[in-house]
Design a protein around this ligand. Structure first.
Ligand code: SAM
Length: 297
């Protein structure tokens, strides 16, 4: 097998979703590395691949800086290194980025053995447009940071994909409904490729209601349709502004929200002033450049 780093996708639930090429690579790589050594060993057992005297090197978020030099040294010695994350595709909300980057910087071959990822599986079943997609990974944990992150995505003209934990799902959907608009279509995709796989497709507000007090079990991807052009939800703009005003000046809040919702800065600035309770005609100007008279609201 040619030397280099092989980023190997592994199943996200159903062990038979492994690819034939992934099995070839796992059986013949000189060095095996994994985010979770037990998961990879079990997967290899299921598919009858012998370790053949090889150990599996642990490489994960907590030991990356310590474990990387050894794997890079293996590449330098002309070995083939296969790396798998616990499930799905390495680097997709999983470790592997620094390893791949260092390998590329060192001039070593980096190749993928593509295969399962919850991102693609969810897009397949969500029944939402896939012509443009923004993968947003996991949202921040705290409610305020989550709402801020959502409001930044409000005007993105693409289907949005989030990884989410079951216990945060209800709160995330409530925030998404409020920030992006409750009428948007969305899908909660759960336990993909596993026994209790399901996809619930509905509006954000209906899904928020469904999961409000009923956290589901298992692994979850939330897919949300883009907003419709000209369909700006005023409540969503105001929510985003209130959130932004808690962290920044009127000027910054208005600029950020105007950009997020693709709205004229002046219009958003005036709303921000109203929220601050100072009125539209307040002349103490932290009015931002370029939104004076004639800026075309
Ligand atoms: N690298 C993986 C991939 O390619 O999808 C993602 C790893 S990330 C740490 C784990 C998250 O992916 C889970 O919290 C969940 O949001 C999503 N996920 C993984 N497997 C899933 C499945 N079978 N069904 C639904 N979501 C899944």
């Amino acid at each position: 097998m040619a030397p280099g780093l092989y980023l190997v996708a592994t199943p996200i639930g159903n062990a038979r979703d492994i690819t034939l090429r992934a099995l070839d690579i796992l059986s013949s790589a000189d060095v095996l590395a994994a985010e979770d050594t037990r998961s990879l060993r079990r997967l290899m057992e299921i598919h009858g691949i012998a370790l053949g005297g090889r150990s599996i090197v642990a490489y994960h978020d907590h030991n990356g800086p310590r474990a990387r030099p050894r794997l890079i040294a293996d590449l330098a010695a002309g070995r083939s290194v296969a790396y798998a994350s616990e499930a799905g595709t390495p680097l997709i909300a999983d470790p592997g980025f620094d390893l791949a980057r260092e390998a590329v910087a060192g001039g070593y071959a980096v190749t993928s053995a593509p295969g399962p990822t919850a991102l693609a599986a969810a897009l397949s079943v969500a029944a939402l447009p896939t012509d443009k997609v923004l993968f947003a990974g996991f949202l921040p944990n705290t409610a305020s940071a989550r709402r801020r992150a959502l409001s930044e995505l409000a005007s993105v003209p693409a289907t949005l994909v989030f990884y989410e934990s079951p216990k945060r799902l209800g709160a995330m959907l409530a925030d998404a409904s409020e920030t992006l608009g409750g009428e948007r279509r969305a899908a909660v995709c759960r336990e993909l490729t596993k026994k209790f796989e399901e996809a619930r497709r509905d509006t954000l507000s209906a899904l928020a209601e469904t999961y409000r007090d009923a956290p589901p079990k298992g692994e979850i991807v939330v897919v949300i349709d883009r907003g419709q052009k000209g369909d700006i939800n005023e409540d969503a703009v105001e929510t985003a502004l209130r959130e932004a005003l808690r962290h920044g000046s009127v000027r910054d809040a208005a600029a950020g929200v105007a950009m997020a919702f693709a709205l004229p800065k002046r219009q958003v600035y005036q709303l921000a002033m109203q929220i601050k309770g100072r009125g539209d005609d307040d002349s103490d100007s932290d009015e931002p450049d370029g939104i004076g008279a004639g800026d075309g609201v």
